[in-house]
Design a binder for this molecule. Sequence first.
Ligand code: AMP
Length: 195
Amino acid sequence: MSIASVCVFCGASTGTNPAYREAAVALGRALAERKLTLVYGGGAVGLMGIVADAALAAGGEVIGIIPQSLKDKEIGHSGLTRLEVVDGMHARKARMAELSDAFVALPGGLGTLEELFEVWTWGQLGYHGKPLGLLEVNGFYGQLTAFLDHIVGEGFVREPHRDMLQVSESPQTLLDALDAWQPSVLPKWAEQKPS
Ligand code: AMP
């Protein structure tokens, strides 16, 4: 599959380590250099604003999707190619998913995790066949990926669904992997007969 747009989930904060900011810049720039449209939450704060600014500065196209209720708090970015204001969180996630061919999570907090896991579960159920990636920075996601392996070991997630999430420390390697990904994984219930 050839991707044209990538949704980035990331913190509305910058985190404590400058490495997070640097990774957001590197990803934003890499997206623009590859002529990939960045789709994101539309805010100007935290890593969200940094990834958007980096993509714009490198000549990229950036679409933000922000709920009306958060437009002031997350400071709707005024310099985007397009900022769509929607009714709420559910509409935001649905619209981001609709506009994107792939999803990447940078470091972030609860919102980032929620968005990543929701779109991953949609993929697991076969609602979409779009690739997902985690940009690992400074070991930020090490404990999460270890926990994911634990969940597989305990029999709650099957290996192919775990492997839908690709992990790399390099934006370039990650974007290459997302571009090459084939949706060959069977949905969670596909091979099981109803009891
Ligand atoms: P955080 O990772 O908590 O800093 O949040 C990053 C982004 O996720 C922010 O733009 C939040 O508004 C957004 N967010 C938080 N919760 C949700 C949710 N349930 N659905 C969609 N976006 C969310």
